[in-house]
Each structure stands twice: as C-alpha cells, then as structure tokens.
Ligand binder design. Structure first.
Ligand code: UDP
Ligand code: MG
Length: 314
C-alpha cells in the first residue's frame, strides 16, 4: 500500500505566499510519486485574501483547507492540522517559504530509515533583529537550566512526525502550548536536518516582539516552576542570614554586654527574619500550585511508542 504524507501549513496573512508554496508542494509530490499526499492549510484568521486563495487551490482534491473563526495563533493552527490529518506521517511547514519544501524528500528519507521525528534545525547564520536574537538566546538558556524538558536551541516547527507521534500528540489537552516543546517532551527517536531559513518571500513576520515574549513566558511557565520556587529559595536565604545575624547580636548584648547595636537594629533584623519565613511559605505554596498546575493541564501520564499485544479485555 502507498504511504500517505500529510503536509500541515499554518496560514496567517499569507495571500501572496500560499499559491507559491502550493506549487512547490505539488512539485515535491511529483518527485515523491510513490507516496500519497494531503496538503492541510489552516487559515488562522487571516485579515487578507488568504482564505480565498486557499479555496481556489482546494480544487485539488489533495488539499484540505480549514478556516479558523479568528486568530488563535500558530500553535493552535498546527494542532488543528494534526487533529485532521490522516497520513502515515505529518510534516509541518511555515507558509512563508522559510522552510524550504525542497527538503521534504530528505525528511522522508530519514523517516523511512527509522526516525520517528525528523526535526529541522535552523543554521544560526540568518539575520535576526538584535533584540530577537538576544531574546531567543536568553529564553533557550533559561529553559535549559530551569526546566526538566529541554527545548533545543534553533529548533523550529519544521518537522516530520510519525503516525505514532501524531496519535500521542492529539491526546494533549493543554491550551497554552509550545508545539515543538510538546514534541520534544514526548521523546521518541529523533533525527535532525540542518537548514538555512531563507528570507520571508512576501509580507512581514507576524510574530511581533510582544507575541514572542508572550509565547516565551507561556512556555516557560508551562514547563518550569522555577520562578515560583525562587521566592522560596530567597526566603531560605534571608531567614538564615537574619537568624545568624540575630544570634550574633544577642551574643554581643547578653554575653559580651556590648552596646554596639542600637535597639532599632534588633527590630529590623527580627523583621527581616519574619519576612524570610513569609517568603518560604510562598515557596511552599508554589509546590502546591505546581501540583495543581500539573493536574490541570492534564498532560498524558506517559507516552507509549508501540504495543506488541494489547491486554485482553475482560
Ligand atoms: N502564523 C499563524 N498564526 C499567527 C502567526 C503566524 O498561523 O498568529 C503562521 C504564519 O502564517 C507562518 C508561520 O506561522 O506560516 C510563521 O510565522 P512568521 O513567519 O510570522 O514567524 P517567524 O518566521 O518569525 O517564526
Ligand atoms: Mg517566517
């Protein structure tokens, strides 16, 4: 039987790019003629004529076009694509041709050789604004240090995932999601392909700095409790220091009978001591919130790669 590949493309204000992309996808499909194809375009509330263009290319029966009622963001557009794909593997691709479709055969080859995820890694040579550059550096560094799941630097959404991974991915119910973070969280056998992101063909990148910062904060808080625990650590530090200081001061006063410390300094130090305890309490609350957070986002408990024989039902 012929295997089927689903290409999933999120589209936000890309009227000039979708037909170009579609043409290159058609070309890839002719190249990989021993595969069936499905092109899934998710229109994420575009304000331009992207949807009209998508409707016109959907004369091709391989095209599935999905129109969101408003802009929900790329992560959810990709999710919708995954939920409606029927291929043996899915390939995610940006609509702006920054993820070269010509590389798809290489992705497919690695997949055929046994990789369950083939991840496109951006070569870091491309131009980026200074702020975006520093921002992404800081973000990846923080993620690497403080979160149990590592998000690879320069990783992109240009990925191929096997049907096994798709079946697991659709089980995630969390609303705030970083798509590539989830895919990395799952594990699976991953191969990488390096590519140079070309300049965006038409239009401007819609990920404004504000959106990027939001995405970074959301992914940080959904993968790490560090910011909350920080209060607790700070509390432990402050309590210890002020406790030691208080001891020293009491020794001076009652044993050495010295008047080196004024009355007010005792008040200040004991105040700091109490403040430290309050911060520790905050840190403890963080632990509970962490538990609640983990339950509320309802991630799957574990991810199974394959089952040889299912347990017989009673
Ligand atoms: N995109 C989307 N919804 C949005 C913003 C972007 O579906 O709210 C799509 C966009 O059409 C493109 C991809 O996500 O296919 C990447 O967007 P962009 O090129 O703006 O981001 P960057 O290249 O800076 O990562
Ligand atoms: Mg882009």
């Amino acid at each position: 039987m012929m295997k089927k590949l689903s290409v999933i493309v999120p589209v936000y204000n890309e009227e000039k790019n979708v037909s170009l992309l579609y043409q290159s996808l058609v070309q890839v499909a002719t190249e990989l003629s021993n595969y069936k194809f499905e092109f899934i375009f998710v229109n994420d509330g575009s304000k331009d004529c992207s949807w009209q263009t998508l409707k016109s290319i959907s004369a091709d029966s391989r095209v599935i076009a999905i129109d969101f009622s408003r802009n929900f963001g790329k992560e959810l557009a990709l999710t919708a694509g995954v939920q409606s794909c029927s291929g043996d593997a899915a390939i995610f691709l940006d609509a702006d041709l920054q993820h070269p479709p010509a590389l798809i055969p290489q992705f497919v080859k690695k997949w055929e050789n046994g990789a369950e995820i083939v991840a496109g890694i951006r070569k870091s040579t491309e131009k980026k604004s200074f702020i975006k550059h520093i921002g992404s550096k800081v973000f990846y560094e923080l993620m690497r240090r403080f979160s149990r799941n590592v998000v690879t630097q320069n990783s992109t959404d240009f990925k191929l995932i096997d049907r096994k991974v798709i079946n697991e991915l659709v089980k995630f119910t969390e609303h705030n999601r970083l798509f590539r973070g989830l895919i990395e969280w799952m594990g699976f056998k991953t191969e990488t392909i390096e590519f140079t992101a070309s300049e965006r063909i038409n239009g401007t990148a819609s990920y404004s700095l504000k959106k990027l910062i939001n995405l970074a904060i959301n992914s940080f808080t959904s993968f790490s409790l560090f910011p909350l625990k920080l209060a607790g650590y700070l509390g432990i530090l402050i309590t210890t220091i002020s406790f030691l200081l208080l001891c020293v001061m009491l020794v001076f006063k009652f044993i050495l009978h010295s008047n080196m410390f004024s009355a007010i300094s005792y008040i200040i130090v004991s105040n700091t001591f109490v403040l430290g305890i309050v911060l520790i309490a905050l840190g403890l609350i963080a632990l509970y919130i962490g538990q609640i957070h983990a339950e509320v986002i309802g991630r799957p408990l574990y991810v199974i790669r394959e089952k040889i024989r299912s347990v017989p039902e009673n």
